[in-house]
Design a protein around this ligand. Structure first.
Ligand code: F6R
Length: 260
């Protein structure tokens, strides 16, 4: 695990934007795994800037999103389809056929999940998976006790996640309890995992995920087993890490050949 601590979410997102840009410059047909929620919004703004101001070409990039709510149509205001279009895809020159998000209205959920896994394989696997972490430690919608070997499937949200995500829904509107999510096993096959966490509300989950025991009760801790997991934090999210000074020194003193 590499822990990158920046002063603000904006600076952390700029670091992430450079990592994504470098990958796409080096491999124009890169396969990106993408997340939704508040955390990656600034990263997506960085990616849009790379495209509009520096001409970064996304026309050959393929994407796979982590998750979607079951029962929400693509145009529902709280669907992850809508979120991705509004926060990223509408501003990039990606081809529609290269964008993949689980279908919340799939009739055959099991078949749809298997086809989603197969599409990732056929695309050559995910080069870089963008992740956030839930306050309960979930990755994607892999709630506590999710198997580390899990694949794309239906999951039931924890009450904590329902409450955390209520803010994306209008008053009185229920957050769907069921979702389709890539599994932890699917996520772990990405060549690089890039997890962002910002704000004090994530400090406990981050400390447990990075420095705690590896446990299915803290799904994010599975990244301790990943060969290239980079965790980008602001000061507030890093505030409960015991070895924060060490991580800062390591990042600030990287030899040039190791920089990206
Ligand atoms: C969403 C996702 C979730 C979020 C997590 C954090 O696609 O995969 O794991 O990353 O719930 O959400 P925010 O960023 O809203 O705090």
């Amino acid at each position: 695990m590499e822990i990158i601590i920046q002063k603000t979410a904006k600076e952390g997102s700029a670091v992430g934007g450079r990592i994504v840009a470098k990958l796409v410059q080096h491999k124009p047909e890169a396969v990106l795994g993408l997340a939704t929620g508040s955390t990656p919004v600034k990263l997506y703004r960085e990616m849009i800037q790379w495209h509009t101001e520096k001409g970064l070409d996304f026309s050959k990039v393929t994407t796979f999103n982590l998750d979607e709510y079951i029962g929400l149509a693509a145009d529902h205001h709280a669907s992850y389809h809508r979120f991705m279009n509004e926060n990223l895809f509408d501003e990039l020159n990606m081809l529609k056929e290269n964008i993949h998000i689980p279908d919340g209205l799939a009739e055959d959920v099991v078949g749809h999940c298997a086809a989603y896994e197969q599409a990732i394989v056929e695309a050559g696997g995910i080069d870089l998976q963008v992740l956030g972490v839930g306050s309960d430690g979930h990755l994607g919608f892999n709630e506590p006790t999710s198997s580390f070997a899990s694949r794309t499937r239906i999951k039931t949200l924890d009450q904590q996640t329902v409450e955390d995500n209520q803010r994306f829904f209008t008053e009185g509107e229920e957050v769907p309890r069921h979702v389709i999510t890539m599994g932890l096993g699917t996520i772990m096959e990405a060549r690089t995992c890039l997890l962002f966490a910002f704000g004090e509300g994530k400090a406990d989950a981050v400390a447990e995920m990075v420095e705690g025991a590896v446990s299915a009760m803290m799904p994010g801790s599975v990244l301790q087993f990943h060969r290239d997991a980079r965790i980008i934090l602001d000061e507030a999210a890093a505030s409960k890490l015991k070895k924060a000074d060490y991580y800062k020194w390591v990042y600030g003193n990287k030899p040039e050949w190791q920089q990206y």
